[in-house]
Design a protein around this ligand. Sequence first.
Ligand code: ATP
Ligand code: LTN
Length: 349
Amino acid sequence: MTDRTQSAAFGVAATEPGARVLSGMQPTGDSLHLGSYMGALLNWVRTQEQFDAYFFIPDLHAITVPQDPAQLRQAVRRTAAQYIAGGIDPERSTLFVQSHVPEHVQLAWVLMCQTGMGEASRMTQFKDKSAKGGADSAGVGLLTYPILQAADILLYQPHGVPVGEDQKQHIELTRDLAQRFNHRFGETFRIPEPIIPEVGARILDLQEPAAKMSKSASSPNGLINLTDTDKQIAKKIKSAVTDDGTEIRFDREAKPGVSNLLTIYSVLTGKTVGDIVAEYQGKMYGHLKVDLAEIAVQHLGPVRDRTSELLDDPAELDALLAKGAAKARDVATVTLTEAYQKVGFLPGT
Ligand code: ATP
Ligand code: LTN
């Protein structure tokens, strides 16, 4: 497959031995979905080939909105299983749960003390999520969410952070906080680059192509979960909203629905959008949908089946996550100790 990542960091950093990447996806909603799979997970799989990779499950972030404890436990294992089923190799990459590494919260506190109120409240995700439940019901955790995310990242001194388009602003804040800290207390943190795929960084809702595909989608038919059955996947693609006219062409403005399907097709097959458009010249939207439905089922079916196999052995998954956390702590503790010393805390031992 061609390399679809735009970031210079991917090429430059990969030449440095030991260069790291780190990323995570929240264990909320029913499952990871086609958007997070293409915008993030597939890119993680590519980065693990070239980098010392850390992938974690941000369970601390998951409690910034109301959650059910039993469901959260289940969702953390399911997310870990989906990472592995999607191609993360736990022998090669370090896979862990955020709450198992207390250094994340410890560094977050230090960074919170470097963040302005205005700066935190300007974050788009905070504004969207707090507006949804009414501003008064939003917890302080939602406001400090991106600062915890900055701590997640900076602890591991990564060169790159593979994420979808919507996380750009949080990575920008992370860079600002790192620069501010370094300026104030001396060189401590590496300034990380976002690694955003050129194709697939913003997959749209299949029913509402003005919005991104999201676990909080308004219609379940707009969202393909990695847990969906073959029948559900095929049905959702075949009933995707397309645009006026009949011509299959890539035009994000005038034809967002068809362009979204072409993007999904391109990511799943590795063909360029141009080649796909040429292949479907003179054909109807229906042809494209039928073929894409089959491609998606072939691609996502095995990921779903492997996830459920992995979930059949939760003890094995837990053991793997414990091993990952021990490895992650070895790295995190070095950065935290340095940051604590730089701000003026006395050594504890
Ligand atoms: P929420 O509904 O809470 O915003 P979400 O469904 O958008 O959640 P996240 O868990 O926030 O998904 O995202 C996990 C990762 O997947 C992030 O790196 C994000 O940028 C990426 N991602 C999420 N949705 C999409 C999408 N529609 N297209 C491409 N990438 C996406
Ligand atoms: N906010 C991210 C999840 C996340 C993350 C991170 C991603 C939490 N900490 C650190 C990259 C690096 C999201 O996907 N919604």
